[in-house]
Write a protein that binds this ligand. Structure first.
Ligand code: ADP
Ligand code: ADP
Length: 229
C-alpha cells in the first residue's frame, strides 16, 4: 500500500483561472524518493502545498498511511499531519543557535531528550561541533543541512523538499545533494522533492513525476522517463 496518495486532486486559486492542479493522482511508496519535475507554473509547488495542508483541494483526496488528510469531509491541519518541509530559502530562525533550531520542533519531549535527538540528527548530516553556531555563521550548504535536520527531527512520515538545493552554487549543489540523499536513504525517509532541474531529479530521485499544466504527464524511473522518445 502506498504511504502517500493523491487521488484526482484539483485546486484552482481563483474561480476564473485555470486549475493549478488538475485531476492529479499519484502514489508514493514507503522509503521512496520521488521528484516532481516540469516547467515553471505546472503545479509542482501547489502539489506540495496540498500535501502539507497549506491548501485544501477543491475535489479529490489526499491520504497518508490510510488516514484521509484532505477530502470532501475531512481536513487535517498542517501541524497535525506529520509532514516535514524544507523550502528553498531554508528559513532557519536567525536568532537561535543551530541546536536550538533543530530542537524547536521537539517541544513535546523533555528538554534533555529533545537535545539528544537534535544532536544525533546534526551528526547524521555531518554537523557535529556546529551546535552552538548561529545560522549566519554557516555556509549555504550547512544551513541547508540544518534545515533538513530540523525537518526530520520530529520523525515526519513524509518529507517535502521544494527546490532545496537551488540557492547553492553548482559544485556545492552536486556534493550536497549526494550527501543528503545518502542520509535520507539511511533513515528510510519517504521524500517528495520539487525541482525544475532534470539533472537534479535524475541524480536524487528513485522515480520521476513529470507534470504539465497541473496534470501528470509521465511517471517512471529516471531511466524510463528519459529513454522515452
Ligand atoms: P510550479 O511550482 O510548478 O512553478 P505552482 O504550483 O507554483 O507551479 O503554480 C501553479 C499555477 O498556480 C501557476 O499558474 C501559478 O501562477 C498559480 N499560483 C500559484 N500560487 C498561486 C496563488 N497563491 N494565487 C494564485 N495563483 C497561484
Ligand atoms: P515557484 O516557481 O518556485 O513555484 P514562484 O516564484 O512562482 O514559486 O511563487 C512564489 C510564491 O508566490 C508562492 O508562494 C506562490 O504560491 C505565489 N504565487 C505564484 N504565482 C502566483 C500568482 N499568479 N498569484 C499569486 N501568488 C502566486
Amino acid at each position: 500500500m502506498p504511504l502517500l496518495s493523491l487521488d484526482t486532486v484539483s485546486l484552482r486559486y481563483t474561480s476564473a483561472g485555470t486549475p493549478a492542479v488538475d485531476g492529479l493522482s499519484l502514489a508514493v511508496e514507503p522509503g521512496e524518493v520521488i521528484a516532481l519535475l516540469g516547467p515553471s507554473g505546472c503545479g509542482k509547488t501547489t502539489t506540495l502545498r496540498l500535501v502539507a495542508g497549506f491548501e485544501r483541494p477543491d475535489t479529490g483526496t489526499v491520504t497518508l498511511e490510510g488516514r484521509v488528510l484532505a477530502g470532501p469531509s475531512a481536513f487535517v491541519p498542517p501541524e497535525q499531519r506529520s509532514v516535514g518541509m524544507v523550502f528553498q530559502d531554508y528559513a532557519l530562525f536567525p536568532h537561535l543557535s543551530v541546536l536550538d533550531n533543530v530542537t524547536f520542533g521537539l517541544g513535546a519531549l523533555p528538554r534533555a531528550d529533545a537535545q539528544a535527538r537534535a544532536r544525533s540528527m546534526l551528526k547524521l548530516f555531518g554537523l557535529e561541533g556546529f551546535e552552538s553556531r548561529m545560522p549566519h555563521a554557516l555556509s549555504g550548504g550547512q544551513q541547508q543541512r540544518v534545515a533538513l535536520a530540523r525537518a526530520l527531527a520530529p520523525g515526519p512520515r513524509v518529507l517535502l523538499l521544494d527546490e532545496p538545493f537551488s540557492s547553492l552554487d553548482s559544485a556545492l549543489r552536486v556534493s550536497t545533494r549526494g550527501e543528503v540523499r545518502r542520509v535520507l536513504k539511511s533513515l528510510g525517509a519517504t521524500v517528495m522533492l520539487v525541482t525544475h532541474d532534470q539533472g537534479e531529479a535524475m541524480a536524487f530521485a528513485d522515480r520521476l513525476v513529470v507534470m504539465r499544466a497541473g496534470k501528470v504527464e509521465q511517471v517512471g524511473t529516471p531511466e524510463a522517463v528519459y529513454s522515452t522518445p
